[in-house]
Design a protein around this ligand. Structure first.
Ligand code: SF4
Length: 457
């Protein structure tokens, strides 16, 4: 069910320009992307959604141009570790229904030099023959203010610059990454910012930086829409969860192919299903917080809020998703959340590892009621740590439990009360035990074990 209109269409350039529509194989009316032939090359067939795929069917391939701005390459490392789906699956086109991804990556691609740069120029000139998406890793430096030469992040040289551009460059001088972003953004099917540097500026944009670094959204401006009417998609994290990127790419591709619903994005362009919850809600240590038990130093197993965790107010799914292959992640590995997915990072979360002021109130409250809840739970847990049979015989036949105390009077009273509430209005099936004969313990060693039984028989 290809969606014929979406929130992304609202106010999009497509709507403004009154695009024509076509019929997809499902019979639904599919909006044609503007300038499909021009954008992706005059020879490009206009397929589903006008994206340049086969006339009668979905796309076969889509190009992804991975550009690095003010970056440490951590996002690349994170994404190559993704497993659901993996980069390999996207590149090989082995996911049913999803077009093969042709990746142009400065580190992962096998081509180099002018050969590597040629498709960038083809994309700008519309001769690529397929739609393209630009992925930016690292923040965008404010180097367009340099008039002739000078850059903070470079990609290729003047000889790689498209001939059609009316601003010729010096052949052997580096091109700015910002030159390419400006040239490719208007006709990209989507612009995707990966990592906190690309989304919100991140560390390179921290107070005191000299580069004027900013996020992709800040650079492109609030009115930016891609050729398909999509605002900048943001997948933050420092480094991001690799699966968050590959899963979003897969979801968008499925939508473009007409086999998936429109992925939902929040007001900041984050995939809503990945960033709608706080770290705290799914943290493996959240139970400690609730019971008011806090780590005092690194290495303690309890809640890390007092050693600087901002998890209760940070939108991130690392606690559910893990770092790689559903394993690891900050709190699992003992690291407090320092808010790396948030637009306010890092300045608004510093100094790191200092107790966030907000936790003084919630922590004190958790301590107060948590102490009582903890005690009551211990009693309840003790009661449920005994088989009903042991309650009847009054003994626990475990060699490890010889020192175990019998339930106190308080525990027994609490148990009775608890049971009353637990089975109020329902049937206490466990009671049937009391009418059954008590199973007999064999005391195997006292009986002489198996050898004696054999002799007797
Ligand atoms: Fe919440 Fe952080 Fe404590 Fe986890 S470690 S329970 S995220 S405050």
């Amino acid at each position: 069910m290809y969606q014929t209109s979406s929130p992304l269409d609202k106010g999009s350039r497509g709507e403004e320009r009154g695009l024509e529509a076509t019929h997809g194989s499902s019979g639904g009316v599919i909006p044609m992307a503007e300038l499909a032939g021009d954008v992706f090359g005059a020879a490009t067939p206009r397929g589903l959604g006008g994206l340049g795929g086969a006339e009668e069917g979905p796309l076969d391939a889509i190009h992804v141009f991975w550009i690095a701005g003010m970056s440490c390459d951590g996002c690349s490392v994170a994404v190559t570790g993704a497993t659901s789906p993996s980069v390999e699956e996207l590149l090989a086109g082995t996911i049913p229904g999803i077009p093969k991804v042709v990746l142009h990556h400065p580190v992962l691609s096998v081509s180099a030099g002018h050969g590597f740069m040629k498709p960038f120029a083809q994309a700008v000139e519309g001769t690529l023959g397929a739609p393209y998406v630009v992925v930016l890793e690292g923040s965008v430096p404010d180097d367009q203010r340099f008039e002739e030469v000078g850059y903070f992040s470079g990609l290729g040289v003047g000889a790689d610059w498209p001939d059609s551009m009316d601003s010729p460059r010096v052949p052997d001088q580096p091109l700015r990454v910002t030159d390419w972003i400006k040239a490719m953004a208007p006709e990209a099917a989507a612009m995707v910012a990966i990592g906190t540097c690309a989304t919100w500026g991140g560390v390179p944009a921290a107070a005191g930086n000299i580069t004027g670094s900013m996020g992709l959204m800040d650079f492109l401006g609030k009115d930016y829409r891609s050729a398909l009417g999509v605002p900048v998609v943001n997948i933050p994290g420092c480094s991001p969860v690799g699966d968050n990127f590959t899963e979003t790419v897969a979801a968008v591709l499925m939508f473009l192919q007409g086999i998936g619903p429109l992925p939902e994005f929040d007001e900041l362009g984050r995939p809503a299903w990945l960033f709608g919850e706080t770290v705290h809600r799914h943290c493996v240590r959240a139970g400690y917080y609730e019971e008011g038990v806090f780590a005092e130093e690194f290495g303690d197993p309890e809640c890390l809020v007092e050693v600087g965790c901002w998890g209760p107010v940070v939108q991130c799914n690392i606690t559910e998703r893990g770092a790689i292959n559903h394993m690891g992640g900050c709190m699992v590995a003992g690291g407090p959340c320092i808010g790396c997915t948030m637009p306010g990072f890092p300045d608004k979360f510093s100094p790191f590892y200092k107790t966030p002021p907000g936790s003084a109130l919630s922590g004190a409250m958790a301590r107060t009621y948590g102490a009582h809840i903890r005690r009551l739970r211990r009693i309840s847990m003790g009661h449920r740590n005994r088989e009903p049979l042991w309650d009847r015989t009054g003994e626990i036949p475990s060699g490890f439990a010889r020192e175990k105390k019998r339930p106190t009077l308080l525990a027994k009273v609490e148990g009775l009360f608890y049971e009353r509430l637990q089975y109020h209005g329902t049937v206490h099936q466990g009671r049937r035990n009391e009418r059954q004969p008590v199973p007999e313990s064999r005391n195997v060693l006292d009986d002489g074990g198996a050898s004696r039984s054999l002799e007797e028989s």
